[in-house]
Design a protein around this ligand. Structure first.
Ligand code: HEC
Length: 222
């Protein structure tokens, strides 16, 4: 797990606990972790756990909640992933060849196969994000040492932890590399707040579509 998320959330909930009088309770979402209890507070008062975020909208049984879990700071942690592996013998929807395994060509017939195939996910909580070297990159690919015999310059295997899907109103770009924001219209300090909010909303809408088509292997656009 990334302890800093829990730390921040822990402090946030402590702050609310101290500042919000008991007379105005919010519908609370509490989850336990090794540091105590984390709480998610929604400005809507509650989170609809039956909403699209929690529905399987693609073809491989995954939902957004497969990789963005409330009790994991809206991301995942190796502990949580390993627990799911043990409970399901490695068949939980997070274990899918499309991006859960070290290579999409991995063999996953037996539990032993799956333990090997999903080792980056099981040991580090990482999803394989496939990206080419961008045009005009300030670097080039000099040598390849890929133990999974899959990655190429046209599709590097970038192993990344899911970013937490919370407090998104405060982000200044979407994804680790910002690729879900149209480069022609970045969020900048020269924009008005309303302009940046509109760009963010459009970027997140696009992100949901890409996540459904990619991670969840959807075949009907949202
Ligand atoms: C298989 C796991 C997986 C699933 C399923 C998944 N995500 Fe993600 N998500 C990730 C990963 C990994 C990243 C970071 C990838 C990157 O930056 O390249 C990410 C990043 C994000 C971000 C970026 C947050 C930020 O701070 O920039 C948002 C928003 C997001 N996901 C929303 C969703 C939504 C909405 C769904 C469902 C439609 C979804 N995700 C389904 C793994 C997943």
């Amino acid at each position: 797990m990334k302890p800093n998320y829990f730390f921040v959330m822990g402090i946030a909930s402590l702050g609310f606990g101290l500042l919000v009088p008991a007379a105005t309770p919010q519908a609370g979402h509490y989850s336990r972790n090794e540091f105590g209890v984390a709480r998610t507070v929604s400005s809507n008062g509650q989170i609809d756990m039956t909403g699209p975020f929690f529905q399987s909208l693609g073809t491989n049984s995954r939902s957004c909640d497969t990789c963005h879990r409330e009790n994991q700071g809206w991301s995942i942690s190796p502990d949580d992933v390993r627990e799911r592996f043990d409970h399901t013998k490695g068949l939980d929807p997070i274990f899918r060849l499309v991006d859960g395994s070290n290579s999409p060509n991995a063999t996953v017939n037996t539990v032993q196969d799956r333990r090997r195939a999903y080792s980056m996910l099981l040991t580090k909580g990482l999803i394989r994000v496939e990206r080419p070297i961008p045009a005009g990159a300030e670097f080039s690919l000099v040598t390849v040492n890929d133990p999974y015999h899959f990655a190429s310059a046209a599709g590097l295997s970038l192993f990344r932890r899911p970013l937490p899907t919370t407090n998104l109103r405060f982000i200044s770009t979407v994804m680790w590399d910002g690729r879900e924001v149209n480069p022609a219209t970045p969020m900048t300090i020269a924009n008005t707040l309303a302009q940046n909010q509109a760009i963010l909303a459009a970027s997140l809408a696009h992100q949901s579509l890409d996540a459904t088509n990619g991670h969840a292997q959807g075949n009907v656009p949202l």
